[in-house]
Design a protein around this ligand. Structure first.
Ligand SMILES: Nc1ncnc2c1ncn2[C@@H]1O[C@H](COP(=O)(O)OP(=O)(O)OP(=O)(O)O)[C@@H](O)[C@H]1O
Ligand SMILES: [Mg+2]
Length: 366
C-alpha cells in the first residue's frame, strides 16, 4: 500500500499544494522551516485523523485562515482508497473514506498503518509514563479492536470516577456504594488491559531487541554489544486491583482523582541494566528510539500483513557516516514499503538514497 497523491489546503505553512509520490522512496528537501516536517505531519494526519506534533485541530490551520483540507489517494493492492480529513473552526472534524464520512473516528484507525520516526520521539524517553503508554496502546489497538474498546471504556469510567471524587470534595460528602460501582467496572476493563498488554510486551520485546542489536552490532563491529531491555511496570504485580483501589481510597479523596490503576503503568527502558534516560548517551538514546519504532513497524507488518508507511523526519541529523550507511543498508535489507524522508541537504540525501537501489523521487520545498 502506498500514498499516490496528497493534496494540502491551508495546513500549517501551506496554502495549496499537490504531491504525486513514488511508491518506494520520497525525499522532501529544503532549508529549515520550509515545511518538510509539515508534509510528513499531513501524511500522518490522514492515517491517524490528527496531527503528530499538535493534536489540536484548530492550531494546524494556516494562520489567518479558518479551515484546512487534506486529501490522500492510496493504492491498496488492486484498489484505490481515498481519505479526506478536514476541519473548519467551530465545526467538528470531518474524516471520510471514499466519500463516506465515518460515524466514529476510531473506525478509521488502522486502515492506513504508518510509523513515524522524528526528533520529537526523544520525549518517549525523557517525559512521563503517559507517552510510553500511548505508544504501547496505539500499537496494540491497531490490530485489536477489542483492546481499543476496553481502553475507551476504561478511560470513560476513570473520567467519571474522577468527576465523582471532585463532586464529593466540593460538597463535603462521600458515597462508598457509588464509588464501588465505578471500581467494579474499572477492575473489569483494567484487568483485561493488563493481560493484553502483557501478551503484547512478550511478543514485542524480542523484536525490539533484535532491531537494537542489528543497529549496534553492525556499528561496533562485534567489539562491545550493548544490552537493552524493555519491561512493563505495574502496581498490579504485587496486589490485585480491588485491594489497590481500597488502599488508595483515602488518597484519591484528597487528590480528587484516581491515583492508582493501569492508567499509571509504565514501560521501563534500560541499557546495560540502567535507565536509558539517565545513563544512555545521546547516540544510544537515538538508536534506542529508532529500534523501538522499527520494532513497531515489524510488529504492525507481522500482525496485519501490511507494510506501514514509514516517515523518517530528519533521520540523518546528528548521525555519523557509519550510522547513516547502516540505516541505508537497513532500508535495503528490511523490505520496507513506502518511505518518506526529510532532510536539509539535497545532495547528501540523493547520494545516499541512490545506494538504496530503489525508485525514488526528490521534492524540493521552499
Ligand atoms: N498554523 C500555521 N500557520 C502558518 N505557518 C505555520 C503554522 N504552523 C507552523 N507553521 C510554519 O511552518 C514552518 C515550519 O515547518 P516545518 O517544521 O515543516 O519545517 P521543516 O522544513 O521541517 O524545517 P526543519 O528543517 O527546521 O526541520 C515554520 O516556518 C512555521 O512558522
Ligand atoms: Mg523538520
Amino acid at each position: 500500500m502506498y500514498l499516490k497523491t496528497l493534496s494540502i489546503i491551508n495546513y500549517k505553512n501551506f496554502d495549496s499544494k499537490i504531491f504525486e509520490f513514488d511508491s518506494n522512496i520520497n525525499c522532501l528537501v529544503g532549508k529549515n522551516g520550509v515545511g518538510k516536517t509539515n508534509v510528513l505531519d499531513a501524511i500522518y494526519y490522514l492515517s491517524h485523523a490528527k496531527g503528530y506534533f499538535n493534536s489540536v485541530a484548530s492550531q494546524n490551520i494556516k494562520h489567518g485562515e479558518d479551515f484546512f483540507v487534506l486529501d490522500g489517494t492510496y493504492q491498496k493492492e488492486e484498489r484505490e482508497e481515498h481519505i479526506h480529513c478536514s476541519f473548519k473552526k467551530g465545526l467538528k472534524k470531518v474524516v471520510k473514506r471514499n466519500g463516506k464520512e465515518y460515524e466514529k473516528l476510531s473506525d478509521h484507525f488502522g486502515l492506513i498503518p504508518l510509523v513515524i520516526i522524528s526528533p520529537s520521539d526523544a520525549n518517549l524517553i525523557i517525559e512521563g509514563s503517559d507517552l510510553r503508554r500511548k505508544f504501547m496502546d496505539s500499537i496494540i489497538s491497531l490490530n485489536d479492536k477489542d483492546y481499543l474498546q476496553n481502553l475507551i471504556k476504561y478511560n470513560k469510567i476513570l473520567a467519571q470516577r474522577n468527576s465523582l471524587l471532585k463532586y464529593f470534595a466540593a460538597n463535603f460528602t462521600f458515597d462508598a456504594v457509588n464509588i464501588e460501582v465505578y471500581n467494579e467496572q474499572l477492575i473489569t476493563y483494567g484487568e483485561r488491559l493488563l493481560e493484553q498488554r502483557k501478551v503484547f510486551i512478550k511478543k514485542f520485546t524480542p523484536i525490539f531487541e533484535k532491531r537494537y542489536q542489528h543497529i549496534v552490532n553492525a556499528l561496533s563491529e562485534g567489539k562491545y554489544v550493548e544490552q537493552v531491555s524493555l519491561t512493563y511496570k505495574t502496581q498490579l504485580e504485587k496486589i490485585n486491583f480491588k485491594d489497590l483501589l481500597v488502599n488508595t481510597m483515602e488518597k484519591d479523596k484528597l487528590l480528587q482523582y484516581t491515583s492508582a490503576g493501569v492508567h499509571k503503568d509504565d514501560l521501563v527502558f534500560k541499557i546495560n541494566g540502567y535507565p536509558i534516560k539517565k545513563e544512555g548517551s545521546q547516540g544510544q538514546q537515538k538508536s534506542f528510539l529508532i529500534a523501538l519504532k522499527l520494532a513497531q513497524f515489524d510488529f504492525i507488518k507481522m500482525q496485519s500483513e501490511v507494510k506501514p508507511i514509514l516517515l523518517l523526519d530528519d533521520i540523518f541529523d546528528k548521525l555519523d557516516e557509519d550510522r547513516v550507511s547502516q540505516l541505508i543498508d537497513l532500508v535495503n535489507a528490511s523490505n520496507f514499503g513506502q518511505i518518506f524522508i526529510s532532510d536539509t541537504h539535497p545532495e547528501r540525501t540523493e547520494q545516499l538514497i541512490k545506494k538504496a537501489k530503489q525508485s525514488y523521487c526528490m521534492f524540493t520545498l521552499g
